[in-house]
Design a protein around this ligand. Structure first.
Ligand code: MG
Length: 371
């Protein structure tokens, strides 16, 4: 079997705002083979940047587009092809958007392998430590504490046992932050868990202070409080916070995650559509397991990323949460035929061969931006 083509489909909503909502556009990857099997993947990046990295013509042997690295090759040699893409893009890659773009092709290769072997991807990754994951509804903070309270209530009423609130107005004032976090706790009630995603709002001194102030509301973790380059700050925060410290969604390399683990983080959050797909997510998750830390997916895209996240998590021993984006965007809610329902607060890994996810072609046609 050989790879015959790689398609990169840029989908976007008619209107895009600067709100920290990754479901306004996406890049879907389809890898075609001469056996007629097609693999599906997704990239979380700036879609047209990643599309260019996939489609670029060769400049020389370490400056190649990712598509031409894999066309003509056997799609089942996933590790070999991962290295070929990584080495082929050394000149402009070794991280960033190139690594994010590798994710889409890698995901599609695992999908193809699952379809060839007629097994769900998690089995090819070594099997399932768990098949169901406690879904936390992932959403942005409301503009006001009242709105945040209502958001918390709404998702707990829908059956979620945890809600994560992120970005938005956090970091504007001490009183505002405390009002927001207090409203989040009241909204979800005493029984449910909630997480705080600070969205890069603080310097380390403020973050340590907030971690102590937020502790009385018992958040499960305190996420991305600092700039992703502030490793020294994360070391200080992790050493001084009375609550769990989480980060990692901006990291894409194994070395980056190793550095975060060295900072003492409690929770690392690789995104399968950013870190180089399932191949690298497994390495990151296993590294975190060896360091006895929790590995939780970051995911704020479509059903393709949800499916891939579930397979990745299933094959890791050190995880039980699923980040489950609840944005209303039609790309999040309707792009895939599978909807990954939340049942008693939990979501199950797909059991169909491959990733177990298909696109609704009518939705693709509606949001596809033609080059
Ligand atoms: Mg986050």
């Amino acid at each position: 079997m050989k790879i015959t083509d790689v398609e990169a489909l840029y989908l976007r909503l008619p209107e895009i705002t600067d709100r920290a909502d990754g479901t306004q556009d996406t890049l879907i990857v389809r890898v075609h083979t001469d056996a007629g099997i097609v693999g599906l993947g997704e990239v979380d990046s700036s879609p047209l940047v990643a599309k260019a990295i996939i489609e670029a013509p060769m400049s020389h042997f370490i400056a190649r587009g990712l598509a031409e690295c894999v066309i003509g090759e056997d799609p089942l040699e996933i590790e070999v092809l991962w290295q070929k893409m990584y080495r082929g893009s050394i000149f402009f890659g070794r991280g960033g958007a190139a690594q994010q773009a590798i994710s889409g092709i890698d995901m599609a290769l695992w999908d193809i392998a699952g379809k060839v072997y007629q097994q769900p991807v998690y089995k090819l990754l070594g099997g399932s430590f768990k098949k169901t994951f406690r879904a936390y509804a992932s959403i942005l903070f409301g503009e006001t504490p009242e709105e945040t309270y209502e958001i918390g209530r709404r998702f707990v009423d829908q059956g979620f046992t945890a809600v994560k609130f992120g970005w938005g107005p956090l970091g504007q004032s001490e009183a505002g932050d405390l009002a927001q976090v207090s409203a989040a706790r009241r909204g979800v009630g005493e029984e449910a868990e909630f997480m705080i995603d600070a969205g890069l709002a603080y310097d380390v001194t403020t973050a340590i202070k907030r971690a102590h102030q937020f502790a009385e509301f018992r958040p499960f973790w305190f996420e991305e409080a600092l700039h992703p380059d502030d490793y020294e700050g994360y070391t200080k925060l992790a050493a001084n916070a009375p609550i769990r410290v989480a980060a990692g969604e901006q990291e894409v390399t194994l070395a980056g995650f190793e550095r975060l683990l060295d900072c003492g983080l409690d929770v690392v959050q690789p995104d399968v559509a950013r870190v180089g797909g399932l191949t690298n997510m497994r390495r990151i998750g296993q590294l975190a397991a060896r360091r006895y830390r929790l590995c939780v997916n970051h995911s704020y895209k479509t059903g393709v990323s949800i499916a891939a996240s579930l397979h990745a998590l299933a094959a890791l021993p050190n995880t039980y949460w699923l980040e489950y984006c609840v944005e209303d965007s039609p790309l999040r809610q309707t792009l895939t035929r599978q909807r990954f329902p939340v049942i008693d607060g939990y979501v199950s890994a797909p059991e169909e061969p491959g990733l177990g996810v298909e696109l609704d072609e009518a939705v693709v046609a509606k949001y596809l931006v033609k080059a």
